[in-house]
Write a protein that binds this ligand. Structure first.
Ligand SMILES: [Zn+2]
Length: 416
């Protein structure tokens, strides 16, 4: 039996009808609509004979037991942002369900195959992304902060979790789900414009970008806009403006997909009749190489010192958040390239700018790889998110090939 990729497209539309409205997908995690989507998925996968269970972090697992307990995992997330698209996360889950059907029809597999629907990948309601996968990966260490989170309506996170059978304090027990994991595979829409600009339906993901996020505070002197000569000013905004342009050059010189963003500048006093006294600038830098990322950060810092001296102002840096780049498994990248080559005849490797559940699983030491399918106009997290149906079908076929190669590898002793 072969996979039926058109069925996946039809099921994506069915899910859209069931859990979306005129503004887009509404499957926000820990809501009734999300629960309805999980219930629907339960019914859909039941025919494969896979056993369904929800772990202590709310992740939904479908397990096809094989001759060996060592497991190949296929992952995705059925939750969406409010007014989200029809593909982000649920394409992965439904393509995985189609692959499970193929495997189940062939009889017991040589190794166990599990489909996981991660809980709250998006973090849309409480601002904490990758909830379920970070619990399973054992990297969740912010329970004290999570306990304090509330949604816009004032509902505390622990109460929302409890309404869906999850106890925050025991969420980390989900770690045992990865004990038998030999390899992890995830298909996702690209959510960016690269594959479309290359005219390619599919890409092999090398890993997820490391991120350095900083608040850069420039301090000068407020002074009257009329009475202060140009050469006597200590203009904090001038430093921020120079840095905003310089980081574009830093990213360009670094190349290889590196990106730097000045996401905002808040000025005080912020009135039309005064030179700016303080400018608080937000900076985000990303790259797949830890060395290149560190070099970009030190270049930006050195440039800021230079600009501060030029403008007779002070500059101070404060790290808001950072994460190391996460590189996917070389062997699985090779299988993914073979799979894409067989389906489409060409291969392109690219990094992922956004984080994904796959990054958490990879951090936990499970060999991991992702496939990307082209996103039209690079749009995601909006109802405008779209991918050509023939590309969605190619993606299902490529995932199926990748799963088959990985199952054979793990059956032969490969993987963790
Ligand atoms: Zn996603």
């Amino acid at each position: 039996m072969a996979v039926d990729p058109q069925r996946t497209v039809a099921e994506l539309k069915e899910l859209r009808g069931l859990t979306g409205d005129e503004n887009g997908a509404q499957r926000v995690a820990w809501t009734d609509t999300w629960e309805r989507a999980r219930e629907w998925l339960r019914g859909l996968v039941a025919e494969t004979g896979a056993t369904e269970a929800t772990d202590s972090a709310g992740n939904q697992w479908f397990t096809l037991s094989g001759a060996s307990e060592r497991a190949v995992l296929i992952g995705g997330h059925i939750d969406s942002v409010p007014n989200g698209g029809w593909l982000d996360g649920c394409l992965n889950v439904l393509a995985g369900a189609e692959v499970l059907r193929r495997i189940a029809a062939e009889g017991a597999p040589p190794v166990t195959v599990r489909l996981v629907n991660w809980a709250d990948e998006e973090g849309a309601r409480f601002g904490r992304s990758l909830f379920g996968s970070s619990a399973a990966a054992g990297s969740m260490s912010d329970q004290d902060e999570l306990r304090e989170l509330t949604d816009r309506g004032g509902v505390p996170l622990p109460a929302a979790l409890a309404a869906h059978g999850v106890d925050l304090d025991s969420a980390l027990a989900a770690r045992k789900e990865l004990d038998s994991a030999a390899a992890y595979l995830e298909l996702h829409i690209e959510q960016g414009p690269v594959l479309e600009s290359l005219g390619l339906p599919l890409g092999v993901v090398l890993g997820t970008f490391g991120v350095e996020r900083h608040r850069v505070t420039w301090r000068g002197q407020a002074a009257h806009a009329g009475s202060t000569p140009m050469d006597k000013r200590r203009d904090a905004l001038a430093g921020a403006a120079k840095l905003a342009l310089e980081i574009r050059e830093i990213a360009r010189r670094t190349g290889g997909g590196a990106v730097c963003t000045s996401g905002g500048v808040v000025c005080e006093p912020g009135i039309v009749t005064s030179v700016v006294e303080t400018a608080e600038q937000l900076l985000d830098q990303r790259d797949l190489s830890a060395q290149r990322l560190a070099a970009m950060l030190s270049e930006a810092k050195a440039a800021s010192e230079r600009f501060a001296a030029e403008e007779s102002i002070d500059v101070a840096w404060e790290r808001i958040w950072s994460i190391e780049p996460i590189l996917f498994d070389e062997t699985l990248i090779g299988f993914a390239e073979e799979a894409v080559q067989e389906i489409d005849g060409t291969v392109h490797r690219l990094p992922s700018g956004p984080l994904h559940d796959a990054a958490e699983v990879s951090r936990a030491g499970v060999p991991t790889v992702m496939l990307f399918v082209q996103s039209l106009r690079g749009l995601s997290h909006t109802k405008l998110e779209d991918t050509r149906e023939e590309h969605l079908e190619l993606a299902v076929l490529a995932l199926d090939r990748l799963v088959a190669k990985t199952v054979a590898w793990v059956a032969g002793g490969g993987g963790r």
